[in-house]
Design a protein around this ligand. Structure first.
Ligand code: HXC
Length: 258
């Protein structure tokens, strides 16, 4: 399938989505959001794809919602048009693991997009921020909730109320990204991580992702119960039997996603 605002390609078990609106620093237009949703759906139904990578360009992962497109919208249009929000709903329930390969500007809705992914790899050039306050609005794609859960109330308040950007090293120290690498290496590193994830059992990856995400929504004892149920469930999978058998036979497991 071909798209106007991004490219989507398969590399072995990986589905790679590259956002491509260089003229607008990969700002999230309505078209881009809906093309992203289509590309996500296509990779979800492709059984060969075990992990996704979403990236942008070296200059910008995404500078946020497309301000030029948004500027004249009314509140009713914003709430009724399905403009941005279906993307976050889709990502919130996306069953396959998604690695974000970040570089350059990761701002506003771009950071909210990144924070909806599962593992974030950043180039040393990455600048992350929620600058919506500078244009008289506020985060609307989950920033007030996800950034606060990721970095704590006081840093989130600082970033959201002042619009100040942080660099890759600070983001790593705060736990907002997991690895920072030189700018030549961020995409390769993200693919390496994605390939590693793709080599595991898709059943255990899917349930482990689900359990970690529930940590944002459940209290500790309910979350622990939920985790335990998924752990029991994995004992019904062929992959779990294969993984443990392969360990005892001192060989590499062959996971089939069953
Ligand atoms: C539309 C954008 C854009 C954006 C950049 N551009 N960001 N167009 N929407 N978010 C365009 C510029 O207009 C310009 O095109 C071109 O990209 C290059 O940008 P410059 O500003 O010339 O580059 P630079 O001086 O390097 O500054 C980079 C920047 C700045 C610091 C990232 O562009 C900037 O502040 N952008 C806005 C960031 C922002 O406020 N994001 C939050 C948006 S609100 P032209 O053709 O004009 O030269 C949001 C709400 C999310 O995300 C809600 C989700 C539901």
């Amino acid at each position: 399938m071909s798209y106007e605002t991004l490219s989507a390609s398969r590399e072995g078990p990986l589905g790679i989505i590259t956002i491509n609106r260089p003229e607008a620093l990969n700002a999230l237009s309505n078209k881009l959001v809906h093309e992203l949703i289509s590309a996500l759906a296509a990779f979800e139904s492709d059984e060969e794809v075990r992990c996704l990578v979403i990236t942008g360009s070296e200059r910008a992962f995404s500078a946020g919602a497309d301000i030029k497109e948004m500027a004249d919208m009314s509140a009713v249009q914003m709430s009724m048009s399905g403009h941005f929000f279906p993307l976050w709903d889709r990502l919130g329930r996306y069953p396959k693991p998604v690695v974000g390969a970040l570089s350059g500007f990761v701002l506003g809705g771009g950071l909210e997009l990144a924070m909806s992914l599962d593992v974030l790899i950043a180039s040393e050039t990455t600048q992350l921020g929620q600058p919506e306050i500078n244009i008289g609005v506020m985060p609307g794609g989950g920033g007030t909730q996800r950034l606060t859960r990721a970095v704590g109330k006081y840093k989130a308040m600082d970033m959201i109320l002042t619009g100040t950007r942080i660099g890759a090293d600070e983001a790593k120290a705060l736990g907002l990204v997991s690895r920072v690498v030189p700018k030549e290496a961020y995409l390769e590193e993200a693919k390496k991580v994605a390939t590693e994830i793709a080599s595991k059992s898709p059943v255990s990856v899917k349930l482990a992702k689900m359990a970690v995400n529930k940590a944002f929504e459940m209290g500790l004892s309910d979350g622990l119960d939920f985790e335990r149920q998924l752990f029991y469930l994995l004992f019904a999978s062929e992959d779990a039997k294969e993984g443990m058998k392969a360990f005892m036979e001192k060989r590499k497991p062959v996971f089939k996603g069953k």
